[in-house]
Design a protein around this ligand. Structure first.
Ligand code: DCT
Ligand code: MG
Length: 513
């Protein structure tokens, strides 16, 4: 769905455009009359400004040397939104809303395109835009900006650029430890704080830097303060050395082992994976057995190249049985991650037809081809018109398969991906076990499934929390239900879901909360 934002300045701009449209400016023909650009010299310097003005005029843009009444677009470089506002105040401009305030990246994109581009969100200077602060570390992070940072990660854009890894790593250790103790509240507190710091476009170096930010309770501030002062957190270090934490961390690294099983093993006095393997009284599930069997491969991460190669195999196999199937990589790889612990796929096909057998046919073929090391198919439990689940971390009801594929690694001499056993190299292990999740979704639920399975987990949690608390709606991986209107809101794309929720669209690579 297209959401068109019409800023209040438009009507005024139209008037201005009508009044003033000379065909020549500074010796160049004006091709684009609607936009009247002014380039701020502040922090740019006179020479660069002159060069850019000349460049734009040559390309047919109208550029004013002075901040005249006809100016519609102000372009600034290395200036934050408040700095531009301050400068405008100094020019006795009372109402800055009559201009579009844009970053230089808009200008250069226009020059590249050779025509004026829409002033999309990403180019606009706004209150929440902290990125210019990166170039001005001496500038204080004004609390009024920090106070604009939403407590919901679905209202923040979080890329993989984490400037605060030393803090977020410590928080994640604390969160894991609380998860192992089944203390959900403290666990979420640390996860939310980590997510806020991942969003910041600068490294935190002083307590002042976090002033006014959401999710910074006393427990969090204590850890931050110590890391600023000492370079590390003694509490996180204590956790790292804690016997229970160390055991749980090992146990849960096995596919099929969660907190409940770890608790059982720990109570039995087991402390390491070697002890677990040696204990013949334990009854391991089929999943856990596979987890131990392929342990080394599964803990070594999946690369993007491996994900692409497996994606090729999955698409080929699925399309053999359902030619118009749409197979999409979701999870971390869709968010731009270069490594992951598994590969998540969403499979759908246009039209009403649903084929419950598809997944079975796919895994049966892989079994025959010797490519399937493990597989657990869970049948769909979705009931038509069922209300979305209120549980924040509930599993969805799609038919799905948790599998371990035998992925033959490409040989060095040719770059092809083998799909059959290479007998010449029988003694060398030329394959790697890779965890793959396949999820089948009906076409009309595809957008919701895509949004949910793209994650991150924290982003998904906050979307659901936002829907519930801010919109009186319930969201899950199947649907969005408006409780006040008592209707399901249909969506054919992720953009439409964000629009239903009244949220600005967040691209997948900006969901690394
Ligand atoms: N998800 C979901 N319901 C589940 C399991 C997962 O909605 N029952 C969502 C949350 C994140 C996304 O699917 C993918 O999950 P993971 O593979 O666990 O996370 P990831 O972000 O892909 O990270 P990783 O790189 O570790 O695989
Ligand atoms: Mg994943």
């Amino acid at each position: 769905m297209n959401r068109i934002r019409v800023p209040a300045v438009f009507s005024q701009r139209k008037r201005q455009q009508g009044m003033h449209s000379p065909n020549l400016s500074h010796g160049y023909e004006i091709k684009f009359n609607k936009f009247v650009i002014f380039i701020m010299q502040r922090k740019m310097g006179m020479t660069r400004r002159k060069f850019l003005m000349e460049l734009a005029r040559r390309k047919g843009f109208r550029v004013e040397s002075e901040l005249s009444d006809s100016v519609t677009h102000i372009v600034a470089e290395n200036n934050s939104y408040p700095e531009v506002l301050d400068w405008l105040k100094g020019q006795a401009v009372g109402d800055s809303s009559r201009f579009e305030l844009l970053d230089i990246s808009w200008f250069t994109a226009c020059m590249e395109a050779g025509r004026p581009l829409d002033s999309e969100m990403k180019y606009r200077l706004m209150k929440t835009d902290l990125s210019p602060l990166l170039n001005t570390p001496e500038l204080e992070v004004p609390s009024f900006i920090a106070s604009k940072v939403s407590q919901y990660s679905c209202q923040r854009k979080t890329t993989l650029n984490n400037y605060n890894k030393k803090f977020t790593d410590a928080f994640e250790i604390m969160a894991d430890n609380y998860e192992f103790k089944e203390n959900e509240i403290f666990c979420l507190e640390f996860l939310r704080a980590a997510s806020v710091l991942k969003f910041l476009p600068f490294p935190v170096t002083r307590m002042k830097d976090i002033q006014g930010l959401p999710c910074m309770g006393d427990r969090i501030r204590d850890v931050i303060e110590e890391i600023i002062e000492e370079g590390e957190s003694s509490r996180a270090n204590e956790v790292l050395n804690d016997e229970r934490y160390k055991s749980f961390k090992q146990f849960t690294s096995v596919f099929g082992v969660g907190v409940k099983t770890s608790e059982k093993w720990y109570r039995k006095g087991l402390r390491t994976l070697e002890e677990v393997k040696a204990d013949k009284t334990l009854k391991l599930s089929k999943m856990q057995k596979a987890g131990f069997l392929y342990y080394e491969d599964l803990v070594s991460c999946v690369s993007k190249a491996e994900a692409d190669a497996v994606s090729f195999i999955v698409k080929n196999t699925v399309c053999m049985f359902l030619p118009d199937a749409v197979v999409t990589i979701t999870g971390g790889f869709r968010r731009g991650k270069k490594i992951g612990h598994d590969i998540d796929f969403l499979i759908t096909s246009p039209g009403p037809r649903e084929d419950d057998d598809l997944l079975h046919k796919v895994v049966d073929l892989w079994k025959k081809q010797g490519l399937l090391l493990y597989c657990d198919i869970i049948e769909s439990t979705f009931v038509k018109e069922q209300l979305p689940s209120r549980k924040v971390d509930a599993m969805d009801n799609f038919q799905k398969c948790f599998a371990i594929l035998k992925f033959y690694q490409p040989r060095v001499e040719d770059n092809s991906y083998n799909t059959s056993k290479n007998f010449d190299m029988a003694e060398v292990k030329d394959w790697k076990a890779i965890r793959v999740d396949l999820v089948i979704t009906p076409f009309e639920q595809y957008a919701y499934a895509l949004l949910g399975w793209t994650g991150s987990r924290q982003f998904g949690r906050d979307l659901r929390r936002y829907a519930t608390h801010e919109r009186k709606m319930i969201l899950d991986n199947h649907a969005l239900y408006d409780k006040r209107k008592r209707i399901f809101l249909k969506a054919g794309s992720e953009e439409e879901i964000f629009a239903h929720l009244g949220l600005d669209y967040v691209e997948p690579w900006e969901r690394n909360a």
